[in-house]
Design a protein around this ligand. Sequence first.
Ligand code: GLV
Ligand code: GLV
Length: 329
Amino acid sequence: MAGYKVYITRMIPQEGINLLSSVADVTINPDDAPLSRDALLNEMKNGHYDGVLGVLTDRIDGEFFDSCKGLKGYANYAVGYDNIDVPEAVRRGIPVSNTPDVLTDATAECAWALLFATARRVVETDRVMRSGSWTGWGPLQFIGGDVKGKTLGIVGAGRIGTEMALMSKGFKMKVLYTSSSDRRNAVLDAELEAELVSFEELLRESDFVSIHCPLTPGTRHLFDAKAFALMKKTAYIINTGRGPVIKEEDLVEALKNGEIAGAGLDVFENEPAMAPNLAELDNAVVVPHIGSATHSSRNNMALLAARNLMAMLEGEKPETCLNPELFEK
Ligand code: GLV
Ligand code: GLV
């Protein structure tokens, strides 16, 4: 039953491919690597696809849409959609979707993994053990930061930020948060008596700052030298959102000069590269954009993206649509 032609820009979990294959002829980029810009545009020009399922490294903009005339929809395999020019998709009447909710727990858990790894120096001391240089227990060795009872600052209390904050309950943390709309978060207020504060106050008061806002022109380089200078010298920054929210060269300086205590990073300004000297810093824990990388999360992202694309092929509104106004007629 293969009526439609669909392209998947990168291998995804098989469940999603199987589902799409029940309604479409599916072609998949055979390499486990991102397509170059030219390769993507050429594939679009030559393939005459009805739908595309792509990933966060694909840039979906006017030039992309020009290369695939007649596209019925684009499904992003990611919650973040700074790779998509949504206003351009609206202008062209092409629906686009993302994968929220199914990766909320996994990403919040990744933020916690980074928080503890950073505070308790897990990776740095793992390296000490493996190098054979540990000389035995000592009262002054590898002292880190406390977590219980400390203040957690959530920058961007959306789905993931809210979940990360809720997970702090067992550690009896005080929770502060910012909101781009200055709207209170009813869940955090009710469950944690959290406080909505200004960005500057959050920086001054927090022992852990965790980034969960989307990347937009307004949040690019939100964390620069000026922001790090406002943070406590004993504070840690955690980023599982998008790399360019931090000006990475300023972070390297802040970590080097002891302006903050440490950083746990899942995302980077110029992935897959890191800023010069970041890799040499023991007070940075760096992992390769694995926020959503659990079995259930990645499988459910594949299924949700597939269902979204199937709906768009039929001219229906996908479950998690980024331009629902196209369907309000
Ligand atoms: C991952 O970074 C995502 O946005 O899903
Ligand atoms: C998206 O960024 C979310 O919080 O789910």
